[in-house]
Design a protein around this ligand. Sequence first.
Ligand SMILES: O=C(O)CCC(=O)C(=O)O
Length: 290
Amino acid sequence: MLSEVQKSSFVDKGYCTVQIDLDAKWTNWAIDLTWSQIDSHFDRDDPKTWVGEIEDDCRSATLAKRRGRLKFKDNVFRHPELIRMMYGNGPVMSAVRSVIGERCVGRHATRGLYPIFPTPQSSDTIKGGMDAHPFQVNAVLYLDDVAEDGGAFSVWEGSHYIMAKAFAGRASYKLLDNVEALRLEAEARCRHVMLPGPRGTLVLWHHRLLHTPTTNRTDKIRYALLADYYRDDWLDQVDEPHTDNFWEGWPLSATPSSGHAYEPEAPGLTASPAKRTRRNKELEQASVSI
Ligand SMILES: O=C(O)CCC(=O)C(=O)O
């Protein structure tokens, strides 16, 4: 069950964090499972070998080119223990039900295991992304401690109210052509925050929130398990248009005291690439607690 503060954060900023008491036996097991998917020329005990071409379930590319980010899905996402960690765990389900409601159902697959290897030489450029598949809330669960510069998940606070316009309806999942313009608007108007946290940190974020994993500049791998959640009739709603009530169908509402977390639209507020790069550098240096 989320507190009122966590629920308000989800409504206003589009995300909240929850500390889950996870047995180290299972997080270590999930880290071992991650390693079972990694190309054998990467030696777990020898970081010097963590270079060059590597394949995950999306593509084969050098670690530098993919900025250290790997996604393991096909061989692991239906693993019963991963499903148990995300859909059979009382505190996780209770937190997710606080934002989706009792009609949130467990699923037969997680998104998978998403490690981020150190690539300290990567550029500072940060670009937000949107996901084009059906879900209502995603959860990022850290399997080990994640430092701010250690590949933390990051979001643009309040951007869900802006990025929702990149979809035809409230549950539709095909991106419209306006997505790039909205992304620039959200990056200019919303605060970008990194979300570091100890092992067991669960980040719950709204499906319309602009987000991105960040570069890992430490010497330690970022380990995470991701899973999507939605209510049992979500897929039936894909053709439903937006309504004036952003939170229709959610057990949440914007309160009179809640404000949008982003800057009001101002004439001349633009996001030139130079400004954005400078701002991203500042943000990367700023310390943001969860
Ligand atoms: O690995 C992460 O921290 C997030 C991954 C992500 O943003 C995505 O797959 O949409």
